[in-house]
Design a protein around this ligand. Structure first.
Ligand code: SF4
Length: 231
């Protein structure tokens, strides 16, 4: 019988990781100094593991925690403000039937995901939301381990090109070369040789959602593709 690592052990390994001194120092400093609006809160300040349904068939891969969002709350796509990327993503997941509420404000908000799990390419908040190539490469083993602990995953939605490329690189490291090489684009759909489907999606950052580069109907299109691939 194939043995999979337990999701809890993978998450513990992520939370205690110290492999990137620059990112660990930055997250700790942000957690110490805090933003004025959150000065009475205890920041998480550690690497952020994934969140969601351990039996998920849909995996979402984001970029990295936000300094005052997930680095503060300890849950991916959580706490980056009303109408921020967490709310935007969760409202789309709620419309598609994967989330029980349309917002993601704090870890005690009662949010649960069904058949979906959210991970990230990088687990520590990077300065300027920009991890270095070495940091992305170093963190990929955590995504690999989390994926191994989620054996039912059939569809992967990559939120942004960095997540898209990180997932393809991970497959290559597992010996799975995808030809022709899928190109990132919003709502791009690629059938992978391992039977999974990889879907591209613009990242739901405020930069994209406030400018109209990414709209709610565009998110719905991505999750329609995902639902079709899961059927
Ligand atoms: S970014 Fe990833 S590899 Fe680097 S310290 Fe954080 S959890 Fe570890």
């Amino acid at each position: 019988m194939t043995r999979f690592p337990s999701l809890a052990s993978v998450q513990d390994a992520i939370v205690s990781c110290e492999r990137c001194p620059r990112l660990r120092a930055y997250c700790a400093r942000v957690a110490r100094e805090k933003r004025r609006a959150f000065r009475d809160e205890a920041y998480w300040g550690k690497p952020v593991p994934g969140f969601g349904d351990p039996r998920a068939r849909l995996l979402l891969v984001g970029l990295a925690p936000a300094a005052h969002g997930a680095n503060r709350t300890g849950r991916v796509f959580t706490g980056d403000g009303v109408g921020g990327s967490g709310d935007f993503l969760m409202s789309a997941l709620h419309r598609a039937g994967f989330a029980n509420i349309p917002t993601s404000r704090h870890p005690g908000d009662g949010l649960t995901l069904t058949d979906a799990y959210i991970a990230a390419a990088v687990r520590c908040a990077p300065p300027g939301n920009t991890p270095t190539p070495n940091e992305i490469a170093r963190c990929r083993s955590h995504l690999d381990a989390e994926l191994a602990a989620l054996p039912r995953i059939r569809v992967v939605v990559a939120l942004g090109k960095i997540a898209f490329d990180a997932f393809l690189r991970l497959l290559a490291e597992r010996g799975l070369t995808v030809r022709p090489h899928p190109r990132f684009g919003h709502a791009s759909v690629a059938a992978l040789p391992n039977g999974q489907t990889l879907i591209g999606c613009y990242h739901p950052s405020r930069q994209n959602t406030n400018t109209g580069k990414l709209t709610a109907p565009m998110m719905d299109e991505v999750f329609r593709h995902a639902a079709r691939a899961l059927r």
